[in-house]
Design a protein around this ligand. Structure first.
Ligand SMILES: [Zn+2]
Length: 165
């Protein structure tokens, strides 16, 4: 796995020590490997709809490495576990964000052609606005969950704050 040296920021390091500053990278590599392994276990559990296992693995991964993938998965698993209406909402928002990213990627790689002139900007804007509206609505419903008494709602609320920062 290629990593960036945390001491000097030299990227694409594949050896046990940084090629520029000699910093020991083995411990960091172990942490990253463990985070990746937990995340992939979380994904597998998620696909089996084993929410509690997915949540446990995603949280383990998140504690090792604060990556949005782990937080997002933990959030969705918590939503699944709590069976709250927020889960459906999150899914919509994430789908929309993903569509926006995928579309931008297709445009950047030339796989799709931009719409002529102002139409392209309008299309981009509408995708973005939809995603933002969904996120704003989600934020509001999760804020109200902060004061909820059941642990599942509170957990979702806490995870959402971590994902959205
Ligand atoms: Zn270094």
């Amino acid at each position: 796995m290629e990593i960036t040296c945390p001491a000097c920021n030299k990227d694409a390091q594949t050896e046990a020590a940084c090629s520029r500053c000699g910093c020991d990278l083995t411990r960091l590599r172990t942490v990253l490997d463990a985070a990746a392994a937990a995340l992939s276990s979380a994904c597998a559990a998620f696909h089996r709809t084993d929410w509690s296992e997915a949540l446990h693995q995603a949280e383990t991964s998140w504690q090792l490495l604060h990556a949005t993938d782990a937080a997002r998965l933990a959030f969705l698993a918590a939503a699944g576990l709590g069976d709250t209406p927020a889960a459906a909402h999150v899914q919509l928002a994430l789908d929309c964000i993903e569509t926006t990213h995928r579309r931008q990627h297709l445009l950047q790689t030339g796989k799709i052609k931009p719409l002529p002139g102002p139409a392209e900007a309008a299309a981009d804007q509408s995708y973005l606005e939809t995603a933002q509206k969904l996120c704003a609505g989600l934020d509001a419903s999760l804020k109200s969950a902060e004061t909820a008494t059941d642990p599942a709602s509170r957990k979702i609320s806490r995870l959402w704050r971590e994902v959205s920062h």
